[in-house]
Structure formats: structure tokens, C-alpha cells
Design a protein around this ligand. Structure first.
Ligand SMILES: Nc1ncnc2c1ncn2[C@@H]1O[C@H](COP(=O)(O)OP(=O)(O)OP(=O)(O)O)[C@@H](O)[C@H]1O
Ligand SMILES: [Mg+2]
Length: 237
């Protein structure tokens, strides 16, 4: 069986600065992959390279065998890769419902996710649907950002730092939606600095440092020491 998403030898640059150095990863249907790493490791750049926002300078990204790395960002979204960006980025002048409906513009045909199903997933959004997105709590805004991405009925959902700035109880509430998302047929990639949360949901973990994957494996196989070294570099002496 071929992979749903196959990233091979991916490099990316900001001007002359190289941010990714030959990243390889594979995502199978039904899988949840976690990417962890310290500040500046290249996690966001990897998400942005896959979704056509950062400049890819080498390697390839395949979705079901289809080459994404030569497509523009809107085409990649229509092909089935959606991202929940770092910092949520809702449209401040639009209501919750309008923010969600924007996600549907990239939809191809019919699919599982509708406004109603997203409100079933996060019931608070049904109550708040006429509120401006920015009148919500951080956790509720994150739910809208996830819902907006799901409205395109993606094959792959990339989530960048969902936990950032949220209370533990809210983080748990958001991650509680993951089984339903996976069961809908959408594979998930989460980027997290919160390692504990990432290890709990992931079927496979990749640790990044300085633009490279330095450690990979199923969460139960990765020891604390190994993660520490892959995260911060191996300590000498
Ligand atoms: N727009 C940009 N222009 C130039 N350099 C950038 C830009 N965005 C990121 N970088 C650099 O690329 C490297 C990787 O950054 P990236 O944001 O991908 O890391 P990250 O792992 O997501 O970090 P964080 O955990 O802080 O979000 C860093 O050295 C960063 O300074
Ligand atoms: Mg980042």
C-alpha cells in the first residue's frame, strides 16, 4: 500500500537561509503523526512547505501519488491538505459561522464535514455562531480554526501548535475531538512543543532539530533521554 502523504528529501529556504535539510516522512491513512522540537527547529516551516506557503527548493511532496510541491497553496488545499495555522488567524470582522464557511470554498464535491457536523464536534460553536470570531476565548477560537480547516474535507489535517497559550483542560477538550476527526477518514499531523500531549495522541513521532528529523518512532518506543537529545542535541561531557 502506498502512503497517503509522502515527503521525500524536502528542503526549504527563506531567501539564502536554509530552514529544512532533506526531511523525509510518511503518513498513512488513519495515522496521527506528531512533530516535536524546540523553538526554531523548522516545524512550522515543514507545515508551510507541505502546504505551498514556504518556498520548497528540493525534494518532493506526494499526496496519493500526486505531486504537490509544484502546486500553488490554494491548489494544495483543494487537493486535500488543510492547515490549522499557528496563532489561529481567524477573520476578525466575521462571525464564527462565516469563518467556518470560508473553509468550504476549497471543498471538492461532498464529504463528511458540514457546518452541522463541526458544531456537533464542538457544540459551543453552535451557541456562538453569530459572535465575531475574536469575541471567543482562545480555546473556542482554536475550535473555529480546526472547524474551518475541516470544512474543506481534507485528506490530511496539519495542526500547528494547537496547545499554545491554552489551559490544560481546554487542550484536553480540543484533543478529545481527534478520534472523531480520524474516524472521518482524515489523517492528522500535529506540531507541538507540548511533548506530553503529542505522545498521547500520536501513532508515530518525529523529533526535529535545526531543520532535520533527528529521531523517529512510535511513542512507546521513544525514551525520555532519546527525546531530550533529539530535541536539544546530544550532550557531550
Ligand atoms: N519568514 C521567515 N524568514 C526568515 N527566516 C525564518 C522565517 N520563518 C522562520 N524562519 C527561520 O527558520 C527556522 C525555522 O523556523 P520555524 O518557524 O519553522 O521553527 P518552529 O520549529 O516552528 O519554531 P517554533 O516552535 O518557535 O514555532 C528558524 O531559524 C527561523 O528563524
Ligand atoms: Mg512554529
Amino acid at each position: 500500500m502506498s502512503a497517503l502523504l509522502q515527503v521525500t528529501a524536502l528542503t526549504a529556504h527563506y531567501g539564502d537561509f536554509q530552514a529544512l535539510f532533506g526531511v523525509d516522512l510518511t503518513l498513512d491513512p488513519g495515522q496521527t503523526l506528531a512533530i516535536i522540537g524546540a523553538n526554531g527547529a523548522g516545524k512550522t516551516t515543514l507545515m508551510r512547505a507541505i502546504t505551498g506557503i514556504a518556498r520548497v527548493t528540493g525534494g518532493s511532496v506526494l499526496l496519493d501519488g500526486q505531486r504537490l510541491d509544484r502546486m500553488a497553496a490554494p491548489e494544495i488545499l483543494r487537493a486535500g491538505v488543510a492547515m490549522v495555522p499557528e496563532g489561529r488567524r481567524l477573520f476578525p470582522s466575521l462571525t464564527v459561522e462565516e469563518n467556518l464557511r470560508i473553509g468550504a470554498h476549497a471543498r471538492q464535491g461532498s464529504g463528511f464535514w458540514t457546518l452541522s457536523r463541526i458544531c456537533d464536534l464542538f457544540p459551543v460553536l453552535r451557541d456562538r455562531r453569530d459572535h465575531p470570531g475574536t469575541a471567543l476565548s482562545g480555546g473556542q477560537q482554536q475550535m473555529v480554526a480546526i472547524g474551518r480547516a475541516l470544512m474543506s474535507n481534507p485528506r490530511v489535517l496539519l495542526c500547528d501548535e494547537l496547545s499554545l497559550g491554552l489551559a490544560p483542560v481546554v487542550i484536553r477538550e480540543i484533543y478529545a475531538a481527534f478520534p472523531t476527526i480520524r474516524d472521518s477518514g482524515t489523517a492528522i499531523v500535529v506540531v507541538e512543543q507540548d511533548i506530553g500531549q503529542a505522545l498521547k495522541v500520536a501513532t508515530m513521532v518525529h523529533c526535529m532539530m535545526e531543520g532535520r528529523i533527528t529521531l523517529s518512532g512510535p511513542p512507546e518506543s521513544l525514551g525520555r533521554e532519546a527525546i531530550h537529545d533529539a530535541y536539544f542535541g546530544v550532550r557531550h561531557g
